[in-house]
Each structure stands twice: as C-alpha cells, then as structure tokens.
Ligand binder design. Structure first.
Ligand SMILES: [Zn+2]
Length: 305
C-alpha cells in the first residue's frame, strides 16, 4: 500500500518516471495515439505535406509544443457507424490493388496515417472523413498512394475546414472545480497562500474527477498533484468527504503549493522534486504532524476500504 502524496507532472517529459495512480492515467508525452501499427505517414491540420524522407515528420494538431503535456484523461469512446466505415473503406479500396483496411479514429493530432505490411494497406482516418465528398476521398487515396503534393494540399484544406470536429484538448477546456461537497479548495488555497507564501502562489486549483459510483479497490492513491505546464494543483476527490479534516486537505494543498514555488533541479539527469529545502519547508506547515498521523490512520478509508 502506498500513498502518493504529491505527484508532479513535469513540464518537460522524460524527466520522471510517471506515477500512475488510481483513476488517473498519465499519458506519456509524444505520440500516444494508435498503438500497434507503425505509421510512416501521417497527416494532420496545418501540415506541410511532402517534406522530409520516407519517415516524414508526423503532421499533427495542434502542434509539437502541445505534446509536451501529460493529460490525466480517459479517452472517450468513439462510436463509429460500422456501415459508414465500410462504405468509406470500399471507396478507398477502389483506388488500390492491395487490400485496404480502414480504422476510423477520434485522434486529436493525427488525422491520417497509413502503413503497409504483408500486402495490406492499413489506413487510419479521423471520423471527419466518414462523410467526405468524392473529391476529398480521391485526394486522400492519392496522398496515401503516391504522396501527391497537390492531393495533400486538398486533404489539408479539408482537415482545416473540419477542425471543429476534432475533439478539444481537455486540458485547455477543463472546468476547474474548487468548491467541493465538504471542502472549499479555493478558500483553503487563499488561506495558505496568505499565511505561508505572502500571496505569491498564482497557480490554479481544482478537485480531480468525481469519484465513480463503483469504487475500484485501490492499493494506492495520489492525493494531490501539481502540473508545472498548467500551473494547476489537482486534489483527489477522496479528500472531499466529511470524515476528512480540513487540516488534511490543507496539508495536501500546501505540499503542492511548495512544488509551485520551489525549484525542481536536475541532478544527474534526474528531476528532483522533493529537495532538502522542500522537506524543510514541509515541516513548517502548522499541522504537519497531525496530518501525517491522520493520513497513516485513515489511509484505508481514503482507499475505500
Ligand atoms: Zn510532491
């Protein structure tokens, strides 16, 4: 049993082993879409197709900079009409001698990709193409088959015109919920900010996702996290319960606020989040010992046992 107090999502990927807590999927930075199929060719909005060698740079949306984040999100299911998928597959098939297998995606960045393997052309297309006109589908086929620059421009225009069908980045549109059923994170944050930080902490704070109706048996729980990229403190919903004293919530918030104000130096290539200074500052929290004791005695309840 472990308690992950204060996970930190670094702004730069690859500097920390990702801790995956319950109800939290930390998607590694970089290409997270469509595992299992090699994709030498991809196309997305804003692309400059036709550049580069055979492993052309993936063309993505909204762009490389936005990939350097870890999103705690569960991918929503996309329900694709199987008839529509088959019709599109057939339309594509008409352009190729090899067997075409179409997979329809709800990707955010990679709108088109393909790979040839064992005489099969595997194509992954964003669902925006399901009802594309014949001209566009013809261009998709030309792009896939011949790397045709004119075709790629046509496809790019189509993608740009239908960008509204790309599901938004949750991180940007996420609603922050600071007031809970029991504890008001905003009030706690303000109080701590004034008392310990001279009001200098300008991070945002939110409760994490609501606890599901059926609670999985947990063996660990990450009670708080701080995302440097988003300047956002997240507090686990398990703490928004009547049996959880305010000082316990304060303790978690305080810890994450320290992450906001203290440097996270690289030491021998590893990001150090809890420096000696960090540990010293933790001790100055007024309810430090009380919180540690409460946490040890009540962890099982937070874990839902
Ligand atoms: Zn921490």
């Amino acid at each position: 049993m472990a308690v992950g107090l204060g996970g930190v999502r670094p702004a730069v990927p690859g500097t920390e082993a990702k801790t995956v807590g319950p109800g939290q999927i930390v998607i590694p930075a970089g290409d997270t879409e469509a595992p299992g199929i090699p994709r030498p060719r991809t196309l997305g909005p804003g692309s400059r197709a036709g550049f580069g060698g055979p492993a052309r740079a993936a063309i993505r949306f909204p762009g490389p900079a936005a990939e350097h984040t870890h999103e705690p999100t569960v991918r929503p299911l996309l329900f694709v009409d199987e008839g529509a998928r088959q019709r599109l597959e057939k339309r594509l098939q008409a352009n190729f001698s090899e067997h075409v297998v179409l997979h329809v995606t709800d990707n955010k960045r990679t709108m088109i990709s393909s790979a040839r393997r064992g005489g099969i052309l595997r194509v992954r297309l964003h669902h925006m193409f399901l009802d594309a006109d014949a001209f566009t589908i013809g261009a998709v086929a030309k792009y896939l088959g011949h790397d045709d620059p004119h075709a790629s421009r046509v496809v790019n225009r189509y993608i740009e015109a239908h960008a509204g069908r790309i599901r938004p980045n949750l991180r940007r549109t996420m609603r922050l919920v600071a007031s809970g059923h029991v504890h008001d994170l905003e009030a706690i944050f303000r109080d701590l900010n004034r008392h310990y930080f001279g009001g200098a902490v300008d991070a945002a704070i939110t409760w994490g996702r609501a606890l599901g109706a059926e609670r999985p048996r947990r063996s660990s729980i990450k009670l708080g996290s701080y995302s440097q990229a988003e300047k956002l403190i997240r507090v686990h919903r398990a703490l928004d319960q009547a049996f959880v004293p305010r000082f316990m919530v304060e303790w978690i918030v305080y810890h994450e606020m320290l992450h906001h104000v203290l440097p996270m130096p690289l030491v021998n290539g590893r990001r150090v989040h809890h420096t000696a200074e960090f540990r010293a500052r933790e001790l100055s929290f007024r309810s430090h010992h009380r919180a540690m004791r409460w946490q040890a005695e009540n962890l099982h309840r937070l874990l839902g046992r």
